[in-house]
Design a protein around this ligand. Structure first.
Ligand code: COA
Ligand code: MG
Length: 289
């Protein structure tokens, strides 16, 4: 999961375009990209789109972002879209593992009601989108077997902090937002799920996006969310392991496979032990996308 493209659920044209964007996942949005008086129409359009796509084999994974648990809209969102079997539900404004457990229970009930396999719907969560959530970062670990990844968002934090901007003059995130981003990475590592970096809203600025994506990849993020199709090729390129990285990973994995009773191996005169094998396996998994 390198690239996740947001698509407002009430835009039939954009839903169509998302399918050929090259994104690994499309996030059909019922939350912030949909105006309050369009919520009901957006639910209908999301459900129809997902239903049409459910049996299509070659398509991005299809996620739905519902409105947050405090909005009072989550249940109606789930009732509308769950019969169409989304691959995962995206939870915004999560506040720790308790929110995940809460959504898990709602999904379990709908899966039973709508004849879906128990546990078949994933949860992808905005783990760090509020000050409170920053203090609960450790509680996502073990919250639900449905958890497939965590991300973070800066807009709500900016508002909550009363800040003028989340970014400095050079366009990079300021300290409080870098902390939120780091906590997202830490929460994901503790929960053993991929960390996905937040959106880069300035969608005509390809160079800025590339810089931020490369920074995220260096830190350990597995991918980045997008708001415009033009961002997808850049994100896919940055988060796809290079041939050199894959060759290294294959060599390390092969050396361990050839010596199953050894805790450390040598490749090209360099010693590698267990953490290196785990890193190699991670790279090989990412190489498969
Ligand atoms: N998903 C799919 N297709 C998209 C898209 C998206 N997120 N954003 C733009 N497109 C399509 C447009 O429909 C257009 O196709 P068309 O010319 O065939 O109709 C093409 O890509 C070029 O779009 P462009 O004209 O450059 O942008 P726009 O002015 O139509 O849209 C935004 C700009 C920001 C409104 C739009 O990108 C968008 O809605 N993004 C998602 C916002 C969102 O979901 N936010 C919530 C999460 S932070
Ligand atoms: Mg938001």
């Amino acid at each position: 999961m390198r690239s996740l493209l947001f698509v407002p659920a009430d835009s039939a044209r954009k839903l169509e375009k998302a399918l050929t964007s090259g994104a690994d996942a499309a996030i059909v949005d019922l939350e912030d990209a949909v105006a309050q008086d369009q919520k009901a129409a957006a639910r209908k359009s999301a459900a129809a789109f997902l239903k049409e796509m459910a049996s299509v084999k070659s398509r991005p994974r299809l996620f739905v972002r519902v409105n947050g648990l405090a909005s009072g809209l989550t249940d109606a969102d789930l009732d509308a879209v769950m019969p169409s079997k989304p691959d995962a539900v995206v939870l915004p404004k999560a506040e720790g593992g308790a929110s995940i457990i809460h959504l898990d229970a709602k999904l379990t009930a709908r899966e039973a009601m709508f004849g879906l396999q128990d546990g078949s719907t994933g949860i992808f969560a905005f783990a760090i989108e509020s000050a409170k959530a920053m203090f609960l970062a450790g509680s996502y670990a073990g919250a639900s077997r449905r958890l497939i990844g965590l991300t973070w968002g800066s807009e709500d934090l900016t508002f909550e902090f009363g800040a003028e901007s989340s970014r400095g003059a050079d366009g990079s995130f300021l300290d409080p937002y870098r902390l939120a981003r780091t906590l997202c990475l830490t929460a994901s590592a503790a929960a053993r799920v991929p960390a996905i970096d937040t959106v880069f809203a300035d969608f005509r600025n390809a160079e800025g996006l590339r810089r931020e994506a490369e920074d995220a990849a260096r830190l350990g993020f597995a991918g980045k969310m997008a708001i415009h199709p033009a961002q997808i090729p850049i994100i896919n390129e940055v988060f796809t392991p290079t041939e050199k990285q894959l060759a290294w990973a294959r060599a390390v994995a092969a050396a361990f496979a050839a010596a199953p009773d050894k805790g450390a191996v040598t490749v090209d005169g360099v010693m590698y032990d267990r953490p290196h094998l785990l890193h190699a396996e991670q790279l090989l998994a990412r190489g498969k996308v």
